[in-house]
Design a protein around this ligand. Structure first.
Ligand SMILES: Nc1ncnc2c1ncn2[C@@H]1O[C@H](COP(=O)(O)OP(=O)(O)O)[C@@H](O)[C@H]1O
Ligand SMILES: [Mg+2]
Length: 325
């Protein structure tokens, strides 16, 4: 494992639907290093959330099923663990925060009660100590007047405050991996920036690895050290963040970069990649991006490009970079 906390190898997660098999995650491999923020980026429907849910082993089954591959967390093979062993890892070693805090927060209990529950489950503290720790966690994520906020119910807080409470809850068990699935998408830009700062700060203070899922390359540029780009259930490019922005190789990644709004640009004229992410169902043997790509060659319509390391540390799945081209 070396520096890796998580190794995902050839993961396949499929959904068996009436219309056919949706290959939501199809032969995905990447690693998450200890203490690293890894960004997973791609348009909606690319398989980002299903990848995260697979790591947590929370894919709803049926219709979903992990049909192949391996996920190694520290020295444990996640896919081979018993249910109770998996439960011990979930919420203890791996915590998750979602776009919508209300999916994690229970409306009928106070914020403090809910954070204390997590703390009591995972740490040997009494109730008074757990409450102190809950306040401490809220302060850590920048909640002002934390002593008062612990007594509040979720509906009494603003969206940004709820998001902070959810992060406090997620990190109060001191996870080794925090999965953040579009954690700021529903928030306005100012609050978004604050939440991102809090996550960066947590990484620094607690050395947590963070898997940050987003469709927003701006968030990636701001936060991630390493980036995995997904398209139609596959990883199509991965590289350290600076390298990826300096030298995007896949036409899809280039397209995503062109569609990133910059401050002095007219939003109306914003470029967007023509076409849509295909539904990964009954897909032909071709590059899944070829219908939307401006650089399509004959070979792209005949077979799938395998992912290869093109320059040291920079992998891409595109025939443009095959030898002899
Ligand atoms: N419960 C489900 N049943 C059938 N298909 C699903 C289910 N959940 C997700 N999918 C499909 O899996 C693909 C990947 O979804 P998802 O991982 O949620 O995308 P992302 O998070 O990148 O927006 C999509 O095509 C989606 O329609
Ligand atoms: Mg998603």
């Amino acid at each position: 494992m070396g520096n890796n906390l998580v190794e995902i190898k050839n993961l396949k997660t499929y959904f068996y639907t009436e219309d056919g098999i949706v290959k939501a995650v199809d032969d995905v491999s990447f690693n998450i290093k200890k203490g690293e923020i890894i960004g997973v980026v791609g348009e909606s429907g690319c398989g980002k959330s299903v990848t995260a849910m697979s790591i947590m082993r929370l894919v709803s089954s049926p219709p979903g099923k992990i049909v192949g591959g391996e996920i190694i967390f520290e020295d444990k093979k996640i896919l081979e663990l018993k249910d109770d062993e998996m439960r011990a890892i979930r919420g203890n070693d791996i915590a998750v925060i979602f776009q919508e805090p209300m999916t994690s927060l229970n409306p009928i209990f106070t914020i403090g009660y809910q954070i204390e529950e997590v703390i009591l489950l995972h740490q040997k503290l009494n109730k008074i100590q757990a409450k102190e720790k809950a306040i401490e966690m809220l302060k850590l994520v920048g909640v002002p007047r934390a002593e008062e906020i612990v007594e509040c119910y979720p509906h009494e807080l603003s969206g940004g405050m709820r998001q902070r409470a959810m992060i406090a809850m997620a990190v109060s068990c001191n996870p080794k991996l925090l999965i953040a699935d579009e954690p700021t998408t529903a928030l306005d830009v100012t609050i978004q920036a604050q939440i991102l700062d809090i996550m960066k700060d947590l990484k620094k203070k607690l050395n947590t690895s963070i898997m940050l899922i987003t469709h927003d390359l701006g968030v990636i540029a701001e936060m991630a050290e390493y980036v995995v780009v997904m398209y139609a259930g596959k990883v199509i490019e991965e590289a350290p963040v600076i390298e990826l922005f300096k030298n995007p190789m896949h036409p899809y990644t280039e397209g995503l970069m062109k569609s990133k709004p910059s401050l002095n640009e007219d939003v109306d004229r914003l470029y967007s990649i023509p076409g849509q992410v295909p539904n990964p169902i009954n897909m032909p043997e071709e590059c899944y991006f070829c219908a939307r790509c401006s650089k399509t060659m004959d070979i792209c319509r005949k077979q799938q490009p395998p992912i290869k390391e093109i320059t040291p540390g920079h992998k891409v799945a595109c025939f443009l970079y095959e030898e002899g081209k």
